[in-house]
Write a protein that binds this ligand. Structure first.
Ligand SMILES: NC(=O)CC[C@H](N)C(=O)O
Length: 378
């Protein structure tokens, strides 16, 4: 059931973490109950893109920015067909949004899409708790879902964990579709949709690429049936350890130019024989410093990842597909942020060059992909 919730008059709501820590606030968005993994996002802007990023499926997102909803919701910035976050946690929602593109309030949008949220809680304390204890399961309850704390905690503990979750098929397209090149068509790319954001094919289309977005379950035969100059592996939710690597291995065998983002970076890493592991609380925001070790340049980048690749930073690794190295690293914590093969046209990054939302520092990576396809053709 969902009913309207408005500011201080809204129904009481409670957030219960799996370690028993509890926060009391007011319902925001839909009234009811929801469960997921509690994670925090440090972006000051870009909440519409965050909410509609399929990689957030099954996650309850805590915004560290205290005021959320100020620019409302518009008809242009969605990254997919709906809101994917399992729940939304904000401190102080905007009472009156103001922006020339705004069409609806965020509160109304969450409510109409049935997304249960909570406002009016100390999101700074919650974030510090998650930083100290790590990302964990959480429940948000309001309206008829309210009960005593022991009952609510027991419900949270029944919810599935993110580790071991295989979620791509729950968010990806089941039908192939084409995003046409903008201007002259120069290349064809087969993009495996594991939870792709809308801006990603757009960034390729802007560079003259016709993008065939295929279900993440597509076979190598289906990938090669579009005669691709390059193959792209998208971002996506869940634990990369659960993903099938057959198609990626087939692409690496053939030496077709390959580019991966986020989940795609993790899958390339696993196909090369590296491990992946769960970060304590992940990277989510639009202000993360990353160094491109191939040029020495530092870029400020958009992140949304809870897992990472385990690969040596200080040496070239031998893999079944030739030599590989860590091309990018996060300057906050030395987490692997990119991989590149030295004997093959394949590379990937753990962060988001499509920049939706976020700074555009990393746009050059799409040009690098184009350069690989050009070189292959020459
Ligand atoms: N944005 C993504 O592709 C996220 C990848 C993976 N689900 C993670 O949390 O690390």
């Amino acid at each position: 059931m969902t009913t309207s919730t408005r500011g201080a008059a809204a129904a009481p709501a409670v957030l219960v973490l799996e370690d028993g820590r509890t926060f009391r606030g007011r319902a925001y968005g839909a009234v009811g109950e929801t469960f997921g993994e509690a994670v925090f996002n440090t972006g000051m802007t870009g909440y519409q893109e965050t909410l509609t990023d399929p990689s957030y499926h099954r996650q309850v997102v805590v915004m560290t920015a205290p005021h959320v909803g100020n620019t409302g919701v518009n008809d242009e910035d969605d990254e997919s067909k709906k809101i994917w976050v399992a729940g939304y946690v904000v401190r102080d929602p905007a009472r009156i949004p103001s922006n020339w593109r705004s069409r609806r309030t965020l509160d109304d949008e969450l409510e109409s899409q049935g997304v249960v949220g909570i406002s009016g809680i100390d999101t700074r304390a919650l974030t510090r708790h998650l930083r100290e204890r790590g990302a964990m399961r959480v429940g948000i309850f309001s309206g008829d879902a309210l009960a005593d704390e022991a009952t609510l905690l027991a419900r949270v503990l029944e919810a599935p964990e993110m580790k071991g979750a295989d979620l791509s098929a729950e968010v990806a397209t089941t039908e192939a579709y084409v995003v046409p090149a903008i201007g002259e068509k120069k290349f064809t790319v087969a993009a495996l949709d594991l939870g792709i954001k809308g801006m990603t094919p757009h960034r390729m289309a802007e560079r003259g690429i016709e993008v065939h977005v295929l279900p993440g379950t597509a076979t190598a035969e289906e990938v090669y049936s579009v005669a691709p100059d390059g193959v792209f592996l998208s971002n996506g939710p869940g634990d990369p350890a659960t993903a099938d690597l057959t198609v990626i291995r087939a692409v690496l065998e053939r030496g077709t130019p390959l580019f991966g983002i986020c989940f795609g970076n993790q899958l390339l890493g696993r196909a090369l024989g590296f491990g992946t592991y769960k970060l304590k609380y992940g990277h989510r925001g639009i202000n993360q410093p990353v160094q491109d070790r191939t040029t020495g340049k530092v870029e400020v980048t958009a992140h949304n990842h809870g897992f990472a690749v385990e690969a040596p930073l200080d040496k070239v690794s031998d893999t079944p597909y030739g030599r590989a190295e860590v091309s990018h690293v996060c300057l906050n914590d030395n987490v692997v942020e990119g991989l590149q093969l030295l004997d093959q046209p394949a590379f990937s990054v753990q962060y988001h060059p499509e920049a939706a939302a976020g700074p555009h520092d990393a746009a050059y990576l799409f040009d690098r992909f184009v350069a690989l396809m050009e070189a292959e053709r020459a």
